[in-house]
Design a protein around this ligand. Structure first.
Ligand code: ADP
Ligand code: AMP
Length: 214
């Protein structure tokens, strides 16, 4: 299946996308991860993107269009878009890019949220530096402290844009630029929603009920 996850930072999109990839093989396409990889590799794109990401603003639509186009050809057996589209222009671009490839979206899943909980989630978030598995100090620590459940890596990293000030701006940007996508997909009859504030397993169950045995 081809799925879009819509929700603010901290809603749990990456956590659930990693589960769908593990359980169904649908590839997680996280544009944030792609930009962070470009930044870590020190490319010109990465350097420019990093300065924008640190403020919580969005990287320009035409840059994102190029990045996502490169990946769509490799994910013909299913994908989960996590962090894209984030503007109406990106959503319209995606419609065209998929139509050109005879592909389509099966479901758009909105993660409902409460703002206070997002700040708590993001301030406790960290990820395995080797495989990117996402954890939380209180809500989802690794099973063995200091060791990644998936790859047994022992190094972890925290994101600078998860500091409370950057988080507040990212939420504002979400409300202004990304929330208009909800009516866009609702009008197309594609929008489903899950309670993003429920426990991780409960959210997975709600998503599985939408996507079916797939
Ligand atoms: P997003 O990709 O939407 O920004 P993440 O999946 O990275 O969000 O989750 C943000 C933080 O919240 C992570 O530290 C993650 O471990 C934690 N988290 C994710 N889903 C839940 C949940 N349902 N309940 C509690 N914590 C969660
Ligand atoms: P995320 O990992 O999804 O929280 O994204 C981290 C940051 O990367 C965002 O705050 C933006 O600066 C940038 N970014 C990720 N995806 C997009 C996108 N689709 N459009 C514009 N900027 C993006």
């Amino acid at each position: 299946m081809n799925i879009i996850f819509l929700g603010p930072p901290g809603a749990g999109k990456g956590t659930q996308a990693q589960r769908l990839e593990r359980d169904h093989g649908w590839v997680q396409l996280s544009t944030g991860d792609m930009l962070r990889a470009a930044s870590a590799a020190g490319t010109e794109l990465g350097r420019k993107a990093r300065s924008i990401m640190d403020t919580g603003e969005l990287v320009p639509d035409e840059v994102m269009a190029g990045i996502i186009s490169e990946r769509l050809d490799d994910v013909r057996d299913g994908f989960v878009l996590d962090g894209f589209p984030r503007t109406l222009a990106q959503a319209e671009f995606l419609d065209g890019a998929l139509a050109d490839r005879n592909m389509s979206i099966d479901a758009v899943i909105e993660f409902t949220f409460e703002e206070e909980a997002l700040v708590r989630r993001l301030s406790g978030r960290f990820a395995c530096a080797n495989c990117g598995a996402v954890y939380h100090d209180a809500f989802k620590p690794p099973q063995n402290a200091g060791e990644c459940d998936h790859c047994r890596g022992c190094e972890f990293e925290r994101r600078t844009d998860d500091e409370p000030d950057a988080v507040r701006n990212r939420l504002e940007v979400y409300r202004r630029q990304t929330e208009p996508l909800l009516p866009y997909y609702r009008d197309k009859g594609m929008l489903k929603s899950v309670d993003g504030m429920a426990a991780v397993d409960a959210v997975t169950q709600q998503i599985e009920a939408i996507v079916g045995p797939g």
